[in-house]
Design a protein around this ligand. Structure first.
Ligand SMILES: Nc1nc2c(ncn2[C@@H]2O[C@H](COP(=O)(O)OP(=O)(O)O)[C@@H](O)[C@H]2O)c(=O)[nH]1
Ligand SMILES: [Mg+2]
Length: 661
């Protein structure tokens, strides 16, 4: 079997080879892995033989892994893919981290995970987003704070069902009412963290549980009535108390089955910050579902767990103990120490000293004995690191799926716009514009006035006649024709843009992530406000270019426009520019007449380049408009923040965290 660990190491090699191939640092290729040793016997001493829990998957030996640290994994063969190269490229930025440093690696992994975009609605994306949140939670709530201060006090979180006796237990360990117990639910509002005064500094800072503000008051909060809609708790009450051994802090967490959702969430958050979970349950509640769900999470995360079976009537003690031990073993918690506290009457609200002594003593030894404490911390640390694997893999796969899906969406946009350019050129220059309104205005333009009559067969050279006339010929105003031409061209460009948008919509509708993206960003595939204005301006600019062209022609002192005037000459040139060369030979057709007029004005040699320049300018300007729309659509995809190679990058960083471990 190819273990996850080996897979990661192989990936790390691959990543490094790619990196080396790009001329990046090579030295690490030959560096020997570091050894982090956990003394497997240390925990046995902690509780007279009862070991602290470690899930099966968290212990390398149990997985049949052949001492992975001592082995070199051969680099997989194959040429680096584009994703490899992207990851290696991103690795330049990563290079600034000191990779040997686990904290640096974890920190960098964290910022990558936090900045990862998973916006496309792909199958399983919800799951990946949830995994990403869990991953961030693991990093923020436990891994990073613990790595920042490996020597910080051990944090034991007391959790369990409502009324199990958690608060009473915490008070009994402290031998002081540090937290309020009672039947009025929920009585534990701001969670209480009891610690030795020496350790205040470790908890006053926001190192652990950065989302909770610190409240320091020694008196317990007054009991509060149930409010199911209570706002989330935002404070952590710190209670310094010298009845607690230095090096150990205990949190009395809200009930994991609280009727108040915010309290349940807080309980989960507190548990995720713990080095040690102290699970309190009772003879009547121990088979409840909720605690076992929590315990399953503990197993998944590899956190150290101790179980307290509280309030057990003596007559069922043996039976319940045995049953609970079986349940624990079946669920991978067979090595968790179990403490039993028989049902008793409380003395002043406290459990009798003798009954809490085994648990209190065990916790005290953990705090005092650096080696035992280290075992707990490292167990949980390594368990959390191990469970990062799967989450990073899920998130990385989702990142790759996002960038693959985005590449398809992007290609759809590109393909549609590529085709649109060709189509636009065809419809602009294909003669379709010189119909309807434009044709009617053209007829008016050439029909009135005497300029065009001279072009009829049998008449003397028009050019000649124009030259010899004293008075300029009558010319109908060109503006109506220019307006019609402008409108016709606007219509062509707009309808091309519409059908391109429709084309993209159609393509995207067939993509998994397409409909979601279309629904979320309808503006992406509709003509944007202001486009009509830009289009009109563009065509006016084209006309201005035509005006420059005709005026540059050698003429008779009135510019090159001749007797038609600039507007008239521009109108004739414009009409000819949008008439296909195949349609100029039919006598009387606009193309035929326009060719004749321009030939008469400028000479046969000039007409073709002049018309060519007018066409090229029109196609270019309209093309730029289309291009700006392509950019808009691609820009919207860019804005999703999906970058290629992120998955590979995450895996590579996770591999480095894994190795630094
Ligand atoms: N007789 C008896 N009552 C207990 C014991 N432990 C807790 N209680 C009572 O049970 C109720 C709930 O206990 P509490 O510690 O608030 O439970 P929590 O909800 O888990 O924090 C309180 O009224 C306690 O006084 C015990 O061992 N014996
Ligand atoms: Mg309580």
């Amino acid at each position: 079997m190819h273990s996850v660990h080996e897979e990661y190491r192989a990936r790390l090699w691959h990543y490094r080879l790619v990196k080396a191939g790009l001329g990046l640092r090579q030295e690490r290729l030959h560096r020997g892995p570091e050894e982090v040793k956990v003394d497997p016997h240390a925990d046995a001493a902690v509780n007279g033989g009862s070991a602290i829990s470690a899930p099966a998957a968290a212990t390398p030996e149990q997985n049949g892994r052949p001492t992975p640290r001592a082995r070199r994994v051969a680099a997989p063969s194959g040429v680096p893919t584009a994703a490899d190269l992207a990851a290696a490229h991103a690795a330049v930025e990563w290079d600034q981290y000191e990779e040997r440093d686990l904290l640096g690696a974890a920190d960098s992994l964290r910022s990558d995970v936090a900045s990862l975009a998973l916006p496309l609605q792909l199958p399983d994306v919800e799951y990946a987003r949830a995994e990403r949140e869990e991953l961030l939670g693991q990093l923020d709530d436990y891994l990073l704070p613990r790595l920042r201060r490996l020597d910080a006090p051990l944090l034991a979180v007391v959790g369990g069902s409502t009324g199990a006796g958690k608060s009473t237990l915490v008070n009994s360990i402290a031998r002081r009412e540090v937290t309020r117990s009672g039947v009025l639910r929920p009585t534990t509002r701001s969670p209480v963290l009891v610690h030795h005064p020496y350790d205040s500094g470790a908890f006053l800072s926001q190192r652990v549980l950065p989302g909770l503000t610190r409240v320091t008051s020694e008196a317990p909060e007054p009991a509060q009535p149930i409010d199911v809609d209570a706002p989330p708790v935002t404070a952590l009450r710190l209670v310094p108390h010298d009845g607690i051994t230095a090096g150990l802090a205990i949190i009395d967490a809200p009930d994991i089955d609280s009727v108040v959702e915010a309290n349940r969430d807080l309980a989960v958050q507190l548990l995720s910050a713990a080095d040690l979970w102290v699970f309190v349950t009772t003879a009547t509640r121990y088979s409840d579902n909720v605690p076992w769900q929590m315990l399953r999470q503990a197993v998944e995360r590899g956190v150290a767990v101790a179980v307290v079976l509280d309030r057990v009537p003596l007559e069922v003690m043996q039976e319940v103990r045995t049953h609970l031990a079986t349940l624990l073993r079946d669920r991978g918690l067979g090595t968790s120490p179990m403490f039993t506290i028989p049902e008793t009457t409380l003395e002043d609200g406290y459990l009798p000293v003798g009954l809490v002594a085994p648990l209190a003593g065990w916790l005290r030894r953990l705090a005092l004995d650096a080696r035992s404490r280290d075992v707990v911390v490292r167990r949980t640390l390594i368990g959390v690191l191990d469970s990062l694997h799967e989450r990073v893999r899920v998130v990385a796969a989702a990142a790759d799926a996002q960038s693959a899906a985005e590449a398809h969406l992007r290609a759809d946009v590109d393909n549609c716009y590529d085709a649109a350019h060709e189509e636009l050129r065809r419809t602009l220059l294909g003669g379709g514009v010189v119909r309807g309104e434009v044709q009617a205005r053209w007829n008016e333009f050439v029909g009135s006035g005497d300029v065009f009559r001279s072009l009829e067969p049998g008449s003397t050279s028009w050019r000649e006649r124009l030259r010899t006339r004293v008075r300029p010929p009558r010319v109908a105003p060109a503006q109506p024709l220019l307006d019609a031409l402008q409108q016709g061209l606007e219509g062509v460009v707009l309808s091309r843009l519409h059908s391109t948008s429709q084309g993209i919509t159609g393509q995207w509708a067939g993509r998994t992530a397409g409909p979601g993206l279309l629904a979320a960003t309808p503006e992406l595939t509709t003509v944007p406000p202001g486009f009509g204005e830009r289009l009109a301006r563009t065509l006016r600019e084209w006309r201005a270019t035509l005006a420059d062209l005709v005026q540059e022609q050698p003429g008779d002192g009135r510019g090159g426009a001749g007797p038609l005037g600039v507007d008239g000459a521009v109108a004739v040139l414009g009409v000819l520019a949008v008439t296909p060369p195949t349609a100029v030979s039919e006598p009387g057709s606009p193309g035929f007449v326009a060719t004749g007029v321009l030939t008469a004005l400028y000479g046969a040699d000039v007409v073709e380049p002049l018309v060519g320049a007018a066409r090229a300018d029109l196609v270019q300007r309209a093309g730029e408009l289309l291009e700006s729309e392509r950019e808009r659509a691609l820009g919207a995809l860019d804005a999703l923040g999906i970058r290629p190679g992120r998955g590979e990058m995450l895996l590579a960083k996770a591999a480095i965290v894994e190795e630094a471990r």
